[in-house]
Design a protein around this ligand. Sequence first.
Ligand code: FES
Length: 67
Amino acid sequence: MQEPGGPMLVEGPVEVVQEDGHIARSDRPVVALCTCRRSLIFPWCDTSHRGRKRPKAPPLASERHTD
Ligand code: FES
Protein backbone atom coordinates (compact mmCIF):
# COMPACT_ATOMS: atom_id res chain seq x y z
CA MET A 1 0.00 0.00 0.00
CA GLN A 2 1.58 3.30 -1.09
CA GLU A 3 0.40 6.79 -1.89
CA PRO A 4 2.18 8.27 -4.93
CA GLY A 5 5.25 10.16 -3.75
CA GLY A 6 4.54 9.22 -0.16
CA PRO A 7 5.53 6.53 2.27
CA MET A 8 5.11 2.82 1.92
CA LEU A 9 2.92 1.56 4.76
CA VAL A 10 3.85 -1.85 6.10
CA GLU A 11 2.71 -3.91 9.04
CA GLY A 12 5.10 -3.83 11.96
CA PRO A 13 7.17 -4.74 13.71
CA VAL A 14 9.83 -4.22 11.05
CA GLU A 15 13.58 -4.20 10.71
CA VAL A 16 15.15 -2.22 7.88
CA VAL A 17 18.73 -2.92 6.92
CA GLN A 18 20.18 0.33 5.63
CA GLU A 19 22.90 0.79 3.04
CA ASP A 20 25.56 1.17 5.73
CA GLY A 21 24.46 -2.04 7.44
CA HIS A 22 22.72 -0.25 10.31
CA ILE A 23 19.45 -1.94 11.28
CA ALA A 24 16.53 0.35 12.10
CA ARG A 25 13.74 -1.27 14.10
CA SER A 26 10.18 -0.26 14.82
CA ASP A 27 7.62 -2.09 16.95
CA ARG A 28 4.69 0.00 15.73
CA PRO A 29 1.73 -1.94 14.31
CA VAL A 30 1.93 0.10 11.07
CA VAL A 31 5.15 1.69 9.88
CA ALA A 32 5.53 4.39 7.21
CA LEU A 33 8.72 3.79 5.25
CA CYS A 34 10.15 6.81 3.46
CA THR A 35 10.43 6.34 -0.29
CA CYS A 36 11.37 9.94 -1.18
CA ARG A 37 14.59 9.96 0.91
CA ARG A 38 13.83 13.46 2.22
CA SER A 39 12.97 12.33 5.72
CA LEU A 40 15.19 13.54 8.54
CA ILE A 41 14.46 10.25 10.31
CA PHE A 42 15.05 8.01 7.29
CA PRO A 43 14.07 5.16 6.80
CA TRP A 44 10.90 6.34 8.53
CA CYS A 45 8.62 8.89 6.91
CA ASP A 46 8.48 12.25 8.71
CA THR A 47 6.05 13.74 6.13
CA SER A 48 8.83 15.74 4.47
CA HIS A 49 7.49 14.40 1.17
CA ARG A 50 4.57 16.80 1.59
CA GLY A 51 6.89 19.82 1.41
CA ARG A 52 7.34 19.50 -2.30
CA LYS A 53 6.11 22.53 -4.11
CA ARG A 54 4.23 22.18 -7.33
CA PRO A 55 6.16 23.30 -10.35
CA LYS A 56 5.21 26.79 -11.35
CA ALA A 57 2.74 26.80 -14.21
CA PRO A 58 4.07 28.33 -17.40
CA PRO A 59 2.73 31.81 -18.13
CA LEU A 60 -0.30 32.13 -20.32
CA ALA A 61 0.34 33.29 -23.87
CA SER A 62 -1.23 36.65 -23.00
CA GLU A 63 1.24 37.04 -20.09
CA ARG A 64 4.40 36.33 -22.07
CA HIS A 65 6.75 39.19 -22.79
CA THR A 66 7.96 39.53 -26.35
CA ASP A 67 10.96 41.85 -26.14
S1 FES B 1 7.95 9.44 2.07
FE1 FES B 1 7.46 10.74 3.66
S2 FES B 1 9.25 11.78 4.09
FE2 FES B 1 9.76 10.47 2.49
